[in-house]
Design a protein around this ligand. Structure first.
Ligand SMILES: [Zn+2]
Length: 319
């Protein structure tokens, strides 16, 4: 764990409307976060979505992911930022992905000869599990980090594109199954990204989405700069509907060595248009109490982080 000086000053923050209901009125739930960056977490008074607001600008996020992300999140990724099979096994990523592949096979969502796209594929463990369960699938990874993308190609025997735009220009075959596993909450414009997938999909395509469940938040560590949105079942369903998808399943899920989550399967809505005409969702403030409770214990979390970092400094000084 670290104490970095990366500065999130006001010039790198912007107030944004709620991406689900376009509301601009919010209730403040937390004014601190895992790294004590001064992030503010709010609940939308219109629809109940929990989100970071103000948010880092697109430029600030680019700077953060390009130059600082590995430093802050070194406890959560492979040593030296280079994926290895040992790290995948140690963090039980292989087991987590196998559980998801089994779930998709059991539900009949993952079948022979399908084209499967993983958005935010990291080192390719999910596509590896897909290939292990159904070898005849054609597998495509979207992963911005080239080290991870190249590792995925070998690890999962898949194609790799650095972005959805790159995939689009490659004129891919119609995609039967999209996997968005612990990625949607990182995206600045999650509705637009989901909506933009529709032209790439086969008529019977499914999208599997997994996100942390805001109702299960228990510690301040769940609030951090990489997660701009915090979904409950109601707001996740609202997002899918807004993007023009029908929710076929949404349920709680407890992945190994990962936060308690929601998993969701959606298909393109028969009525098609993503819409401003959707009925207004009821704001049930799901997860608001959980977030405020996490913030109440901030002094304890920051104290522990300070002690760990002081112990690290003393070990370095002692050689
Ligand atoms: Zn809203």
């Amino acid at each position: 764990m670290q104490t970095s000086s990366w500065n999130l000053d006001r010039s790198r923050l912007e107030q944004v409307p709620c991406p689900l209901c376009q509301g601009v009125n919010f209730e403040r739930l937390a004014a601190t976060d895992r790294y004590n960056m001064g992030l503010v977490t709010v609940g939308c008074l219109g629809c109940g979505l929990v989100m970071t607001n103000p948010q880092p600008t697109a430029d600030a996020l680019d700077d953060f992911y390009s130059n600082h992300y590995r430093h802050f999140y070194s406890d959560f990724g492979p040593r030296d930022g280079i994926p290895t099979e040992a790290h995948i096994r140690a963090c039980r990523i292989d087991r987590r992905c196998a559980v998801t592949a089994e779930f998709l096979v059991t539900r009949g969502e993952l079948l022979s000869d399908m084209v499967v796209l993983d958005i935010g594929a990291a080192e390719g463990s999910m596509l590896k599990a897909v290939g292990d369960h159904v070898p005849s699938t054609r597998r495509i990874a979207i992963e911005p980090n080239p080290t991870f993308g190249r590792f995925a190609m070998a690890h999962a025997d898949c194609e790799w594109h650095a972005s959805l735009d790159n995939l689009r220009t490659s004129q891919p075959p119609p995609i039967d199954l999209v996997i968005i596993n612990h990625v949607l909450e990182h995206l600045k414009h999650p509705v637009q990204v989901l909506e933009s997938l529709k032209p790439l999909l086969s008529p019977t395509a499914r999208v599997y989405i997994e996100v942390p469940d805001v109702l299960e938040y228990r510690k301040l560590t769940v609030l951090h700069i990489a997660h701009l949105y915090h979904f409950g079942a109601d707001t996740l369903a609202h997002l899918a509907t807004n993007a023009g998808f029908d929710v076929r399943l949404i349920e709680k899920h407890a992945p190994a060595k990962h936060p308690r989550s929601l998993r969701c399967v959606v298909s393109v809505s028969a009525g098609a248009a993503a819409s401003a005409d959707q009925p207004t969702a009821v704001n049930c403030r799901a997860g608001w109490d959980a977030v405020t409770a996490c913030a109440r214990h901030a002094w304890f979390a920051h104290g522990k982080r300070w002690l760990r970092s002081a112990a690290g400094r003393s070990r370095s000084a002692g050689g």
